[in-house]
Unconditional design. Structure first.
Length: 131
């Protein structure tokens, strides 16, 4: 099977980075309005409860599939599923942040989304560095 193609979730992509900030700071940002706008889309507001729906200002709709504070958020996003997950580094002062998207339509969409998530990660890192 080609890289990024799975039997159950179709094409998928994951982008991760260890950030020099503790989990509580990263979580508060990524689950708050500014962070949600960066990774989910402007205007997105999530109710931290499985099964609740949301809509972005751009018209993308989805549903919360999982929400574990300080750990992960999993949502449908149009026809795909997006997850943002956090894990503390061994020293506790850093956090590994990961964006994962599955059910992509093709290898080409996978590559487009790889670039998208790398840009999002850069924006999140820059915003956290300004705090």
């Amino acid at each position: 099977m080609p890289t990024g193609l799975t039997k159950d979730a179709g094409w998928q992509i994951g982008v991760s980075r260890t950030l020099p900030h503790p989990v509580p700071l990263v979580w508060d940002f990524i689950s708050g309005p500014e962070g949600l706008a960066l990774w989910l889309g402007p205007g997105a507001l999530l109710t931290p409860e499985r099964g609740t729906s949301y809509r972005t200002a751009g018209g993308v709709t989805g549903e919360v599939r999982g929400y574990r504070p300080a750990d992960r958020i999993r949502v449908t996003h149009g026809t795909t599923t997006v997850q943002v997950a956090l894990a503390p580094a061994a020293d506790g002062a850093r956090t590994m942040l990961r964006f994962h998207q599955e059910h992509l339509a093709s290898a080409e969409e996978r590559e487009r989304q790889r670039s998208h998530w790398q840009r999002v990660m850069d924006q999140v890192a820059a915003a956290l560095d300004r705090q």
